[in-house]
Unconditional design. Structure first.
Ligand code: SF4
Length: 370
C-alpha cells in the first residue's frame, strides 16, 4: 500500500491539489494561445479525455487577452504559464487564471523584485496558487557556479529559495516542480525537495520526447516517485500531435500504481507457443473496445486455457482464447463460451452487467496519507 507524503492542500479552481486529494492529472495546450478557437478545441478534447487542469502559455499581452476569451469559453481550471514577463501574468490573473506558473528567478532577472511582488499580490488578491516551476535549464547562475552544473541539489535549492521568497512576501498558496529531462536527476530532485518542504509537488519529466521512450521515461520518473508517496499532481510531457495522449498516459501511471481508477485496467498475457488465438489482434480489439468504457473494471485477455484462467483469476472479467472460441471468466470462475467473432460483444455485455465492489468504487484505492 502506498503511503502518500503529507502535504498542504491548494485549490486550482475547483480541483484540490495536495493533502488527501487524488493525484490530479494535467496537460498543457500546444496551440498558439492567440488562436482562441484552436485552443478552446484542444482544451475540450483534453477535458473529454479526463484532464483536470490545463496549462496555457501566456508569453505576451496578446496571449493574455486571448487567455481571457478562452477562460470565458471553458470551465476547466486554467493555469497561465509565465516565463519572463510578469505583465502577462497580471493580465491572466485579472482575466480569471486559476493558477499561474512562474519561475521567480526568471522574472527577477527580467524585471526585478518589484515584478514578483506585483504578481504575488495579484495572486493573493484573487486567492489563486502559484506554481514555482524550476527546470534544469532555468537554474540561477550562482547555483550553477556552486554546483558546477544543473544537479538535483541545485534545482532543489533554487526551488526552496523561490518558495522562501514567496513566503517572505506573505504568500504560501504554493505548488512546486523541479523538472529534468532525464529520470535519475528528476527523481533525485523531487526526493530532495520532498524532504525540505511540505507544499504539494507537481511531477513531470520535462521534454521527455516522443513515442515509447517518452512514455517509459515518464512512467519511470513519475511512477517511481508516486510509488514512494511523492507527488500531488502530474503532467506527462509528450511530443505528440494529440495532447490527450498525455492525459491517457497520466491516468495509466496512476492506474498501474492503483492510486486512482479511471476506466478499465487491462492486463493481457504476452502470448507464447501455447496460444490458441491471435493474441496481439485480440488484445488490440479489446483495448479499442475498452476506450469507450468508464467502469473501473479489471479485464484480462489470455491466450490459452493452460495457464490463462489461473493468471486471470484476479481480473473481474477475463477472456481466454481457445480454438475458434473465447471463454469468459468472471472473478476467476468460468462463465460462458462464445464463438471467437462474438468475444468483444460478449465482453462488453459482461462489463455492462458488472458492478464495482464498494472498495473499487472508493478509489484512490490503496493510497493513504501520512
Ligand atoms: S496465458 Fe497461455 S498463451 Fe498466454 S503466455 Fe500464458 S501460457 Fe502462453
Amino acid at each position: 500500500m502506498i503511503q502518500r507524503r503529507s502535504t498542504r492542500q491548494v485549490m486550482v479552481g475547483n480541483v484540490a491539489v495536495g493533502g488527501d486529494a487524488p493525484v490530479a492529472v494535467q496537460s498543457m495546450c500546444s496551440t498558439d494561445t492567440r488562436d482562441i478557437d484552436a485552443t478552446v478545441a484542444q482544451i475540450q478534447a483534453l477535458e473529454d479525455a479526463g484532464c483536470e487542469i490545463v496549462r496555457i502559455a501566456v508569453p505576451t499581452k496578446e496571449a493574455a487577452d486571448a487567455f481571457g476569451e478562452i477562460r470565458l469559453q471553458t470551465t476547466i481550471p486554467l493555469v497561465a504559464d509565465i516565463h519572463f514577463d510578469y505583465r502577462p501574468a497580471l493580465l491572466a490573473i485579472e482575466k480569471g487564471a486559476d493558477k499561474i506558473r512562474i519561475n521567480p528567478g526568471n522574472i527577477i532577472n527580467a524585471d526585478g523584485m518589484r515584478a514578483v511582488r506585483l504578481a504575488v499580490d495579484a495572486a493573493k488578491e484573487r486567492d489563486i496558487p502559484i506554481r514555482v516551476g524550476v527546470n534544469a535549464g532555468s537554474i540561477e547562475q550562482k547555483l550553477l557556479d556552486k554546483y558546477g552544473y544543473p544537479t538535483p541539489e541545485a534545482a532543489c535549492e533554487s526551488a526552496v529559495n523561490h518558495v522562501h521568497l514567496l513566503e517572505d512576501l506573505g504568500f504560501d498558496d504554493i505548488v512546486v516542480s523541479v523538472k529534468f529531462s532525464d529520470v535519475p536527476r528528476m527523481v533525485d530532485a523531487y526526493r530532495l525537495l520532498s524532504e525540505r518542504i511540505d507544499y504539494p509537488l507537481h511531477l513531470g519529466v520535462t521534454e521527455a520526447g516522443a513515442a515509447m521512450p517518452a512514455y517509459i521515461k515518464s512512467a519511470l520518473g513519475i511512477g517511481s516517485l508516486l510509488a514512494n508517496g511523492i507527488g500531488d499532481t502530474l503532467r506527462v510531457s509528450l511530443t505528440t500531435a494529440d495532447k490527450t495522449d498525455e492525459v491517457v498516459a497520466g491516468f495509466e501511471i496512476l492506474k498501474a500504481l492503483e492510486i486512482r481508477s479511471k476506466g478499465p485496467l487491462l492486463t493481457a498475457c504476452p502470448s507464447c507457443g501455447r496460444a490458441q488465438v491471435d493474441l496481439p489482434a485480440l488484445g488490440l480489439q479489446v483495448a479499442e473496445a475498452l476506450k469507450h468504457v468508464d467502469k473501473p473494471v479489471k479485464v484480462a485477455v489470455m491466450g490459452c486455457a493452460v495457464n490463462g484462467p489461473g493468471e486471470a483469476a484476479e481480473a473481474d472479467i477475463a477472456v481466454v482464447g481457445g480454438r475458434g472460441v473465447g471463454m469468459l471468466y468472471i472473478k476467476g470462475k468460468p462463465s460462458r463460451r462464445v464463438p471467437e467473432h462474438e468475444v468483444i460483444r460478449a465482453l462488453l455485455d459482461e462489463i455492462a452487467a458488472w458492478e464495482p465492489s464498494p472498495e473499487a468504487a472508493q478509489f484512490p484505492n490503496g493510497a493513504t496519507s501520512r
